[in-house]
Structure formats: C-alpha cells, structure tokens
Design a protein around this ligand. Structure first.
Ligand code: UTP
Length: 294
C-alpha cells in the first residue's frame, strides 16, 4: 500500500447548535470568512496538500454546500457579458479544484459514524479527515504537515495543539510521548473524549480538526459502541488505533479557528479581513477608530 495520501473526507453533517440561529437553515460550514465560506478554505487546504479526491459528508439540510461547488451557468454568462473575468475565473475555478463528491449521513450519530460513511469512497488507502468547521490558516497547509508525518512513520496521524483545559474538556485529550530527534512529532498512546473532571485529562493537547487514518479505521469504527453523548466517537476509534498499530501526533504550525463557535467566527473574520487586499485598509482604519472606545 502506498504511503501517499490522495483522498480526503470532510465531515460536515453536524447540527451546529452552538451557532444558532445562523445555522438553522444554512449549514454552519457555509458561514463566510469575509468573502469565502468556511468549507472553501478547508477544500483549498486539502488541494494545496496534494489531495485530489474529496468526499464531503452532508445531511438533508446541507445542499447549499453542494451548490457552492457546482457550476452556475446563468451567473457565469452574466459575468462574462459584463467583462468581469476575474469574478468568473474565481467562481468557475472553485468548482474544478478537485474531484468533489458528496454522501449523506442519514442520522446524526456522531463524528465517527459520519467518517464511517466514507468507507466505499476511501477503499484500501490512507485518507485525511478535515473537520468541516475547523479552518486552519498558516504558511504551510496543515494537512500537508500531517501527510509528511504519515509518509515518514506509516501510522495514523492526529493534528494537535496545547489548549486551555476548559477547551480540551470539550474535545479530546491526548497522552503523548516524545519521539527522539523530532521537534513537533509525538507518539500518541491514549486518547479520551470529553472528560467532565479536569483531573481526568490526559494532557492539555487536543485534536484540532485534522487526522490521517489508515483504512483499518473502518473496521474499528464498525466495532465502536456509542460513547459520550450517545454518539459514535472518532476519538474512541483512534484510541483503539493508538493501542494497536500506533498513532503519531503533530503539533502543527498554523492558527486554528473554530467556526462552530461564535467567537471563533469573529476571530477568523478579523484576521482574514486584516490581510484581505480589497478591505484591509478600510477595515484597519475602522478598527483604529473604534478601539479607543472599547
Ligand atoms: P461538532 O462536535 O462541532 O458537532 O462536530 P456539531 O453538531 O457540528 O456542532 P454543535 O456542537 O451542535 O454546535 C465536529 C465535526 O463533526 C461533524 C461536524 O459537521 C463537524 O465538522 N459531525 C458531527 C458530523 O458530520 N456528523 C455528526 O453526527 C456529528
């Protein structure tokens, strides 16, 4: 089996209850950061990491995501007629970035259950998982950083960072051991999902939205019983992988924005707007004007 990662799965079938009412009729993955929906940043990261085939896991409320990556003949023709070549190139280009397919998770039974819907798309090769609400920006795409670790050690990989305990308690907590000679790679020997007491944390390192899994994860998921919240947890399946084949953790470079959380959306908007060629000047001036009144 080749160690090259060509496929990615983006689970985007969650209910998004933390960003209601915005996510009532619109998928939270479509919430814009300045002028692009969150999921487009995630697809762009996958493509920049060498991924050619992407499966987005959706549900019955998420057809806007499919529409975003589809062609729009009337709009395209109108833009061409108006001589707006740049806008035309942008909206057509995003439909050709990768081979993008969709499958529906028919019941919202958890992230592990969503990933398990990708079995026939993935087949017998390693694949990346990019959580549909975690946008990570930086110089080197995070998925590419994880792929390098996969190619080096041939084991599943999780992307991690050290976070405040309150944040770690809302997600996974990882037990890590250093690897001799590595600066930001660790052996991950245990994982636990959503602990209710600080004393039960394995460390303050948590998975932040990116993993690489070998295809064996599907057999593990088939045997994973519902865990916290009565959902099939990807963390529980990764814990089995860590104890059997082994698992590597990458303390990645890049800034992660939690787009499933109102504050995360605002932080992403401010940072991207300050770099955006069209609005950065005006936005910077506006921030300077209001900052004194804070
Ligand atoms: P979250 O834990 O953020 O859950 O999912 P959620 O339902 O989307 O959001 P809240 O907590 O209600 O606000 C993490 C990732 O797993 C996906 C989500 O779309 C998100 O990318 N997910 C979660 C699924 O695809 N299916 C599920 O059943 C659950």
């Amino acid at each position: 089996m080749s160690n090259q990662v060509r496929k990615a799965v983006i689970p985007a079938a969650g209910l998004g209850t933390r960003v209601l009412p915005a996510s009532k009729a619109m998928p939270k993955e479509m919430l814009p950061i300045v002028d692009k929906p969150a999921i487009q940043y995630i697809v762009e990261e996958a493509v920049a990491s060498g991924i050619t085939d992407i499966l987005i896991i959706t549900n019955r409320g998420k057809s806007d995501i499919e529409n975003h990556f589809d062609r729009t003949p009337e709009l395209e023709e109108r833009l061409l007629q108006a001589g707006r070549q740049e806008a035309y190139d942008q909206i057509v280009g995003l439909t050709k970035m990768a081979n993008i397919c969709f499958v529906r998770q028919k019941e919202t039974k958890g992230l592990g259950h969503a990933v398990n819907c990708a079995r026939s798309f993935v087949g017998n090769e390693p694949f990346a998982i990019l959580f549909g609400d975690d946008v990570i920006l930086g110089e080197k795409p995070v998925t590419a950083q994880l792929c390098e670790a996969y190619e080096k050690y041939g084991l599943g990989v999780v992307g991690t960072k050290e976070m405040p305990p309150e944040t770690v308690m809302r997600g996974s907590s990882l037990k890590l051991e250093p690897i001799t000679g590595e600066r930001n790679l660790y052996k991950c020997t245990a994982l636990v999902e959503k602990v209710s007491r600080k004393e039960d944390l394995l460390s303050n390192y948590t998975i932040l939205g990116r993993c690489i899994c070998p295809p064996e994860i599907f057999d593990i998921l088939d045997n994973t019983k519902p865990g916290v919240g009565n959902e099939i947890q990807l963390t529980d399946a990764l814990a089995v992988l860590a104890q059997t084949k082994g698992l590597t953790a990458v303390d990645f470079e890049g800034k992660r924005y939690d787009m499933g959380n109102k504050l995360g959306i605002l932080q992403a908007t401010v940072d991207v707007a300050l770099q955006h060629p069209e609005v950065s000047e005006g936005f910077r001036a506006y921030l300077k004007e209001i900052v004194d009144k804070l």
